[in-house]
Write a protein that binds this ligand. Structure first.
Ligand SMILES: [Mn+2]
Length: 320
């Protein structure tokens, strides 16, 4: 164990501000062949309805991820020793053609899945999760744990346009990529378009945990329920950085006050440990609206937390 896997650049030898910026300072590789977890950028925000800029997310999350070290301080997990992880680069995208963009992203994730690796993606806006789900749920619908300020289950925008970052999970349920009874959304808040905005999702069986309920019940009780909902079956995790309060993560397209602290967000992600994850993503980091890189640091750290949970899963499955 250990050196047979890809290792990050040693910060005691090459300072963190030097060299090529890759996720976690891992090697950049051409394909996911031989990897357990593939870190991939999806620099695409073609579904953004208001403040664009998440297309710049992967590059800045790579930059700030140079701050991550080799060991998770709570789990004591050394992810790079128990799983083979690398940066497979950015997936191909098309910034001027939405439907082609979705097709390209799906193809890029399918390559990762077909290579036998778990995709861990950095968006991009939240519409990028739809083509990711098309690739990971090709054979059967999966469950979803969705951290967000917004439900993202609206029907159409600007007339009858079905594909925006406010609609991906409605499309994913319609396309049978998600089992709606195994979909749970946490952190939902902010003004909505109408009193019945979330009725469609609830009618499908989606469990929506509003921020007020999270505050009242706390992370332990909430995540115990989340784990009951998704069970042992394959589950995808999507983390919208706007679930974190804009005082701690202002660099995002649709900020909503009253969000998670970064500490709560870390706690929530750690409570995913032991689940059966088929992939995960961190989306909606929009560097043009960021201050001092703080949102990208939050994104990179949540990415590290997710990576550690996934690496522990890889290790568990190998030992089984
Ligand atoms: Mn979202």
């Amino acid at each position: 164990m250990g050196e047979k896997f890809h290792q990050p650049v040693d910060a005691a030898k090459v300072p963190r501000f030097a060299g090529h910026a890759t996720f976690m300072r891992l090697p950049a590789v051409a394909s996911a062949e031989g990897l357990d977890i593939a870190l991939a950028g999806i620099p695409w925000d073609g579904g953004t309805t208001n403040r664009a800029g998440a297309r710049h997310g992967p590059r800045e999350v790579r930059n700030q991820s140079s701050l991550m070290r080799s060991t998770h301080h709570v789990f004591k997990t050394e992810p790079f020793k128990i799983a083979n992880i690398a940066d497979v680069g950015d997936l191909s995208v098309n910034p001027i053609d939405l439907l082609d963009g979705l097709k390209l992203i799906e193809g890029g994730v399918a390559d990762i899945v077909n290579a036998g690796a778990l995709p861990l993606c950095v968006g991009g806006d939240h519409l990028t999760t739809l083509p990711v789900l098309r690739a990971v749920a090709r054979k059967a619908p999966v469950g979803l744990i969705h951290f967000d300020a917004h439900s993202d289950t609206n029907d159409t925008y600007f007339g009858d346009n079905p594909y925006t970052h406010g609609t991906p999970f409605r499309r994913a349920i319609e396309e049978n990529l998600l089992d709606p009874r195994r979909v749970v959304q946490i952190g939902i808040r902010g003004s909505i378009y109408s009193p019945d905005e979330h009725d469609w999702a609830k009618a499908q069986g989606v469990r929506i945990i509003y921020m007020e309920e999270f505050s009242a019940r706390g992370p332990e009780a909430i995540m115990a329920e989340v784990r009951d909902i998704v069970g042992d079956a394959p589950t995808y995790v999507t983390f919208d950085i706007d679930s974190i309060d804009p005082s701690m993560a202002p660099g995002t397209g649709t900020p909503e006050i009253g969000g998670f602290t970064t500490r709560e967000a870390q706690d929530l992600v750690r409570r995913l440990d032991g689940l059966n994850l088929v992939g995960a993503d961190v989306v909606e980091v929009a560097p043009p609206f960021d201050l001092a890189g703080m949102t990208a640091i939050a994104g990179a750290t949540i990415l590290f937390e997710l990576m550690c949970v996934m690496a522990r899963q890889v290790d568990r499955c190998r030992l089984r």
